[in-house]
Design a protein around this ligand. Structure first.
Ligand SMILES: Nc1ncnc2c1ncn2[C@@H]1O[C@H](COP(=O)(O)OP(=O)(O)OP(=O)(O)O)[C@@H](O)[C@H]1O
Ligand SMILES: [Mg+2]
Length: 319
């Protein structure tokens, strides 16, 4: 298709109108010794939802591009494969990566003439915290699990999702730049200087729900895109994460390794497990499948069906 001529935009149309109004929230102060990050307590923080059926898993990290949507998608499909009733909600309203993958999954079903397990997709029309709360309230009644993919930045809706979470999964890559939002490590001494803004945000949001939650919030930091042979830098990053973990209150688990196959299948809305139904798309990869199972086991999700399917004895692919 021919590209429009370079001067297609008339000068009178420049600058173009803003795409949408900027979000009205106060960004975190990034100075090391800032005061309590959120001084105003929104009304919803006083009334956390609890005692309902659905377990809310929120994939969040204020650092972008770390694998939140990729790991959210794999977890979502694994739970569906295990026969759990799952809802998927994308609050990264600009990208909608999780929803796009799930729509692509439906297209793949039509194209290859197969039926693949999938979640109910919940869309936000008004895109605000009240709507999120209302949709989650309903989703918790009807589903065993609700997967929420959060964008890589702070926003009121991101805070609300984190506040409602039973499990928070924070993927990180093996880079000190990715760690900054969790904690700042002195590059010379290797000691923890201060918690990062995202860690402070989780700390702030998890407290009000503690008395009411049936179980304590489980915050899991997951190493994504690791390589087969750990480099010196990866080792250092791991050491740093181990120092931050007890102070920030998360546990550290292995995630997915760096694999092209995840990038190739994602746009079609497929995981390696779907290759059994669509063998023309590629061979099963036992090592990668075992790695996905290991990631899921480490998440300790309250799903008897999933935990049975991914138990080590099933690692030969017989399940
Ligand atoms: N384990 C992996 N192996 C290979 N590529 C990966 C892996 N995990 C993620 N990627 C790639 O890294 C990029 C970022 O992944 P993804 O979109 O899941 O991150 P994100 O945290 O959701 O990003 P954003 O903050 O923009 O929402 C994508 O190109 C994705 O295909
Ligand atoms: Mg994403």
């Amino acid at each position: 298709m021919a590209l429009p001529p370079p001067h297609a935009t008339a000068p009178s149309q420049w600058p173009p109108p803003p795409i949408s109004s900027p979000p009205q929230y106060r960004a975190f102060d990034s100075t090391p010794a800032f005061p309590d990050p959120v001084q105003e307590t929104p009304a919803w923080m006083k009334y956390p939802a609890s005692g309902q059926r659905g377990h809310i898993i929120v994939f969040a990290n204020e650092k972008g591009g770390v694998g939140k949507s990729t790991s959210a998608f794999h977890t979502c499909i694994a739970l569906c494969n295990a026969g759990e009733s799952v809802a998927a909600l994308d609050v990264d309203l600009r990208q909608l990566t999780l929803h796009h993958a799930l729509w692509a999954r439906q297209e793949s079903e039509r194209e290859y003439g197969v039926k693949l397990p999938g979640p109910e997709q919940i869309l936000l029309a008004q895109q605000n915290e009240n709507e999120l709360e209302e949709k989650l309230r309903m989703a918790r009644i009807h589903h065993d699990f609700i997967i929420i993919d959060v964008g890589g930045h702070d926003s009121p809706i991101a805070r609300k999702a984190i506040f409602m979470a039973d499990t928070i999964i924070t993927p990180v890559n093996d880079s000190f730049i990715d760690l900054d939002m969790l904690g700042r490590i002195d590059p010379r001494t290797g000691e923890l200087r201060t918690l990062g803004n995202f860690a402070r945000l989780v700390e702030h949001l998890k407290e009000p729900g503690m008395a009411i939650r049936p179980k304590a919030l489980d915050w899991v930091v997951m190493q994504n895109r690791s390589r087969n042979f750990a480099t010196k830098n990866e080792r250092k990053v791991l050491d740093a994460l181990e120092k931050i973990a007890p102070v920030a209150g998360f546990r550290l688990v292995p995630g997915l390794r760096e694999r092209v196959t995840y990038r190739e299948l994602f746009p079609m809305g497929l995981t390696l497990f779907d290759l059994e139904a669509i063998p023309e798309l590629g061979k099963p990869q036992p090592n990668a499948r075992e790695e996905i199972w290991a990631m899921l086991r480490a998440l300790n999700l309250p799903s008897a069906a999933l935990n049975k399917a991914i138990a080590p004895a099933a690692a030969d692919g017989s399940s």
